[in-house]
Design a protein around this ligand. Sequence first.
Ligand code: ATP
Length: 477
Amino acid sequence: MIENLYPSFGILLVDDEEAWLRSLSMTLGLSGGISNIVRCSDSREVLGILSGGGIGLVLLDLNMPHLSGQELLALIVEQHPEIPVIVISGLNQVETAVECMKRGGFDFFVKTVEEERLVQGVQRAIRMIELQRENREMQSRFLSDRLDHPEVFADIVTVDPAMRSIFRYIEAVARSAQPILITGESGVGKELVARTVHRLSHSREKLVSVNVAGLDDNVFSDTLFGHTRGAFTGAEVPRRGMIEQAGEGTLFLDEIGDLSIPSQVKLLRLLQEGEYFPLGSDLPKRMNARVVVATHHDLAARQAGGQFRKDLYYRLCAHHVHVPALRERPSDIPVLLEHFLAEAAAELGKKKPTVPKELIVLLGNYPFPGNVRELRSMVYDAMTQHENRMLSMESFKRAMDKQGFSPAERSAVAATPGSVFVASEPLPALHDIIDLLVAEAMQRTGGNQSIAARLIGVSQPALSKRLKKLGRSEEGL
Ligand SMILES: Nc1ncnc2c1ncn2[C@@H]1O[C@H](COP(=O)(O)OP(=O)(O)OP(=O)(O)O)[C@@H](O)[C@H]1O
């Protein structure tokens, strides 16, 4: 079995009392899930261990023979300034500890009385170190534009530069122990991204998905935490919760924006403490899975509107991947079209058809409220009916009409937020607007009159008439 150590860097505990080192290791393991621990009871060996690499955090007792904690701290700060040091002092040494803080200590705790706080302090330091590392990692990735594991992203078809940046970000954060929040409209590919995060975590265990929308609080607890036999009426057999089923893999909570407030409290506690109680049990269990959540809601807006807890929101958005809507990355439309055509042709046992140029123009001007999922189903629908060499545009047009978007609504979805008119400027005359609209539609469609007419909600003869009039008036100028 491969041992999964947490965190990814070593934590060096330094104290001359072996018994205390053992007890602290156990506390960190049991209460904090911290297992990547190196113990050292001889202060003279510390610098050698640090030079060997792999240590990211030191917990240092002040009271030691040979080199005192204070002397050692000065040497670590000088020789390994990148490694934070938490100082552990006796009750009577608080002043010295404060002095240590001034000289570069990261934090300090009193030895005997503050075990719980010490564990939290270590978790805080781990979090900070992880964020710093991720930051450095991200900077270097953004500068180099490289992906270490391009094969993992193969299922996500894209040529869009913003999506490439998202891939680099995902690679940088995929191995962090913190949750990842994935947002984006319905059908943009959030679940695909969650699968990629799971693959990048190199866990050999499962990705377990739970759609939490509409789960009442009891069902949420039962689904995630499981229950013991007899926990409630009808609980005749014990049930393993999804957290346990995910093991050291990934727990994917979809539609997190629709989670009820009582369940939000439970999720927050789970993320903070890394522990949970199966229903009917007094024995806590540790969560070893990585948590990935997704929502099509704007969580910031839900938080501001009181439907989502602020503390949970901040906990979740430390690593945030926002997948842009398909209309915000129009260069992906032709490649996705090709991809789904090939996929559908293979599945339906048909030859891949030739795509009329106008289809790309038509799709490029459609706002895709259902995003990639909508494009995919349009292609499958067209391919089911397809018979000739050239792919017919009819089923695409029908699907667009079925969406029931009026041209005005379409422009509203497609437009960038904000008014088309500047409040401080006079409004243009109505006939000027019509001419501008016609010119814009013709430009967007590369001069295709039938698609331009669809875009602005008029018949093609009506558009043609207007164009003639426009031409005549220009001649008259
Ligand atoms: N870039 C892409 N390349 C290939 N297929 C994609 C891409 N994006 C999405 N898809 C496909 O589109 C469909 C919808 O994707 P997915 O289920 O991941 O969306 P979602 O954002 O999770 O949607 P919802 O919010 O409704 O759960 C799936 O069939 C998925 O495989």
